[in-house]
Ligand binder design. Structure first.
Ligand code: PMP
Length: 355
């Protein structure tokens, strides 16, 4: 074992399916996937692309999809950028827009990818602490900044800012690029897209992974002033990262055209969040007010890591973060009714109380 890669794999204990039979019925509530599933019209559009046409390259500019997104969000197509999931869009935004002499600002509890991108692209940053209620306090962002990135709702807290608060943030930084990461916005927060028209420094990033239940298809997009979009295109074209595939573009367009399904699916997740919330409160948890498709909750008498491990033994997977300020918390995706029931009964078994 002298090869350089052995240190990477040495010590790993791989998952052995046969040893934990209950694991075959995994309740997966750790990555905020949508339990309801994609629009049937999106699935049909994807299937319809599985023809001989797959010989041909897709439209590199994704013109039809960008036009559909522009119609949906009432902007011009040149104000729309699409990528393979919002993670790719964010990576391009970090490279294209967020590196300056003054630091990039983002909340200290936030999407853990941001510091990773900063290290990757050599971007100096300052993480601004949340207030004592885990809220983002806009006044704390009134400090020199090269650029800002703020998720709304924030992750993993699920707490949202109002559009008026985002407008204040923009007024504080009229000359710095401001990226609002709206991965979870459709579950109860206000989108900042209406502010794009009056703020050439605002880029709003959204995804079809969560509210449209298309995480496996990989579609993210950004909406902003045409100059910001042009900057993203320059970086994208320098990476030779290829556009979305034909089935992906077709599925995304069909999902946008199925507004009725989208609204229903959103409402069901919001309803499920209410059930999950009430169940956790009955078990003694403190639950932060979530506008996302997950909740962030802690039990005053039980450590987060221990609870996550005990749930895992019962084949329920939730997310636990080791950062000291949030180590007591669990981030739990709003699953189906059946999954919520399984989670709550596993927790009540662990805590020794009734669900
Ligand atoms: N932003 C935030 C805040 C997220 O939590 C996630 C999902 N992990 C993403 C962006 C990326 O999602 P996707 O790449 O699936 O669009």
């Amino acid at each position: 074992m002298s090869r350089y890669w052995s240190s990477l794999t040495h010590g790993l204990t791989p998952y052995v399916p046969g040893e934990q039979p209950r694991m075959t019925e995994l309740v997966k509530l750790n990555t905020n996937e949508n339990p309801i599933g994609p629009s049937p019209r999106a699935l049909e559009a994807i299937r319809n692309e599985a023809t001989d046409a797959l010989r041909l390259y897709p439209d590199p500019q994704a013109n039809a999809l960008r036009a559909a997104l522009a119609r949906y969000h009432q902007v011009r197509p040149e104000q729309v950028f699409v990528g393979n999931g919002s993670d790719e869009v964010l990576a391009h935004a970090f490279a294209a827009l967020l590196k300056h002499d003054a630091p990039l600002l983002f909340p200290d509890i936030t999407y853990s990818f941001y510091p990773v991108y900063c290290r990757l692209f050599g971007i100096a940053y300052e993480a601004v602490p949340l207030d004592e209620k885990m809220h983002i306090r806009i006044a704390d962002y009134q400090r020199p900044a090269g650029a800002l990135i703020v998720p709304n709702p924030n992750a993993p807290t699920g707490i949202a800012l109002s559009r008026a608060e985002i407008a204040t943030l923009l007024a504080q930084h009229p000359d710095a690029p401001v990226v609002i990461d709206e991965a979870y916005v459709d579950f109860g927060a206000e989108t900042a897209i209406p502010l794009v028209a009056s703020h050439p420094n605002l880029l709003v990033v959204q995804t079809m992974s969560k509210s449209r239940a298309l995480a496996g298809l990989r579609i993210g997009y950004a909406i902003g002033d045409a100059d910001l979009i042009e900057a993203l295109n320059r970086v994208k074209d320098s990476f030779n990262s290829y556009p979305l595939g034909r089935p992906v573009q077709a599925g995304a367009i069909a999902s946008l055209e199925d507004e009725g399904y989208f609204q229903q699916a959103r409402a069901r997740v919001i309803e499920g969040r209410g059930r999950l919330n009430r169940g956790l409160v009955r078990l003694g948890f403190d639950v932060l007010p979530s506008s996302a498709n997950f909740v962030f909750a802690r039990h005053p008498a039980h450590a987060g890591a221990a609870l996550a491990a005990a749930l895992r033994q019962r084949a329920v997977i939730v997310r636990h973060f080791s950062a000291p300020r949030i180590a007591d918390y669990l981030r739990i995706t709003v699953g189906s009714d059946g999954q919520i029931d399984r989670l709550l009964s596993a927790l009540s078994e662990i805590l020794g109380s009734k669900p």
